[in-house]
Every structure is written in C-alpha cells, then in structure tokens.
Design a protein around this ligand. Sequence first.
Ligand code: BMA
Length: 327
Amino acid sequence: MKTVSRDNKYVLLERHPSNPILTADNWHQPVNAIFNPGAVRLRDGTTLLLCRVEDRRGISSLWAARSKNGIDNWKIDSEPTFPPDPKNHPDEIWGVEDARIVWLEELRKYAITYTAFSRAGPAVALAMTEDFTRFERLGVMMPPDNKDASLLPFRFNGKWLMIHRPQNGLGGSIWLAESPDLNHWGKNKLIMTPRHGAWWDANRIGLGSPLIQTPRGWLMLYHANRQTGAGCLYRIGAALLDLENPGCCIKRGDEWILAPQESYERMGDVGDVVFSCGYTIGDDGDEINVYYGGADTCIALAQGRISKILEWLETHGSSIGESQAIT
Ligand code: BMA
C-alpha cells in the first residue's frame, strides 16, 4: 500500500481505481442516487453493503448489495431490503438513511442504527437482524435532531454504549449514551465538538463508520463539515477513544485523512462530500476498506492500514482528554 500520493503528500486512504464502485446505473429500477452504505463482512467472506438508495421522490430505503471481493460483481437485492415502514413507524415517513452495522456477539445479531427521517426531523432508530432478510425494529432511540449513531459491539460494565450526534448549541457534536437493555438510553457524555473558526472540522462533526477496536484504543473515523462561501465541504478525519472508557478522546487528528478531490466526490446531488458509514477489515486484521458516499450520488472505496492511521495519529494528533471535550 502506497503512503505517498502523486503530489508527494502522505496518503492514508487510497482510492480504488474502479471508483465509483456502485452508482444508480447498477440498479434495475430507476433510482436517483446510491450512497453512504453501512458495511459488513459476512461469515463466508462476502462483503455486504447496506446502501442508501434515494428514489426519484426523494425518499431513501436501504438495499443490500453483496460481492465476493468487495469491489465488483455486486448482487443487488431485487426489492428494497429495508424500506421505510411509515404505517407502523410514522417516524420513517420521509425515509430511512445512513445505516451503521455492528455485530453483537452476545445477542448473535447485527445491530443497525439508521436515520429515521420523521416530520420532526432526523432521529436515530435501531433494528436487529441475523440475516439481512428479516429485521426487528426496536424504534427511535434518540429523538430529532439526532443522527450518525452506532453501537459499540459489547457491554461495558454491563451497559451497552451508543455514539450519536445531537444537534444543539455546540453545533453537531459527538456524544456517548449508555443503556442497560438497548431500549432506554441515558447518562449522556460529550466526546467531541467542532473545532470552530478556520478549522476543517469547524461547523458540524459526526461519527462516520462504527468504531474500530485496536490495542491502542477505539479508532473513530468521523466526518466534519465546514461552511464556505461556495457551500459545504464534508471531509473525513480520525480520532482515538480510550479503550476502557470510550467516552474519552485521547487523540484527535489535526488534518483530515480524506477530502473531496475526484470528480465523483466533487460533483453530484450534494457536491464536495465524502461521507462514510462503514468499512470492512481484511484477513490480516490491518487492511481497512472504507466505503463512502461521493457527492451524495455514488459509492466509492478507499483502502488503507489501521496501523498507519494509528501511527499518523501519534504525530498528527492532539491530545484532548475528558476535560477538554469542548474545543
Ligand atoms: C449529512 C447526512 C448525510 C449526507 C451529508 C451531505 O447531514 O444527511 O447523509 O451525505 O449530510 O449531504
């Protein structure tokens, strides 16, 4: 894996030459855009992406696409895998978006956190599945405005943990909630706020893909948006949360690690957006395949090494710590 780009810059995530790997053209039905997939590697090694598919009304559903190598020959479900169900869940009236998938070994189920787009705004909802065919909805866990949520894969001191992103007086900030039963959430704790001013992560930040467990801590890929005279820029950065106490950020990367650059990231329904909700990890436990939406229009893949991102955080990261969550 190269770590230096054409222009001699340090590259932690290298774009796949086949990008974009999935677009609306891969769908048999007329759809508007495919983006921001949750990702998981199934037991037989197949990569499953739970893609956000926006139809031509503007309403999103989640569709599974499966591939042996995670790059091409995608087999796409013929119907929406997880369509909104506004009759039984009125909070899904304007669609379901941006799935993050985590395997819960204790329950032997995948937990899917997603945005339920309700009349009151975006809310965090949770569903469980064993096979991506049948789903059990647990309902809205965090009321609007809240999104960018993911569970941690096991309990900490008997409690489940969920990262989420309420919109409040600090802008969009990253928080951690705990629950005894996956239904009742509380004891909220602020992990990270936008950095304000000129920073690349000045305006709103939120979890990207689910946390990645490493010996040094939980690696968090997060997105940040910065408002400019020309609109909004969405980039991806990295931070490290304490292994035992994920509510505490121990390193926050100073620079972004992936920013809109290629035409499929710069041009589309929402230009200048790279936005990731999922990754898979290779057999060596170090290679990371980051799946992301480009310009809210297509799906792309960037590959890197977890060890390199951790090394980079050592030299390009500031220590934050519990007392300095607000920057
Ligand atoms: C965020 C989410 C993402 C989207 C991004 C850029 O608020 O809605 O789904 O990719 O904006 O439009």
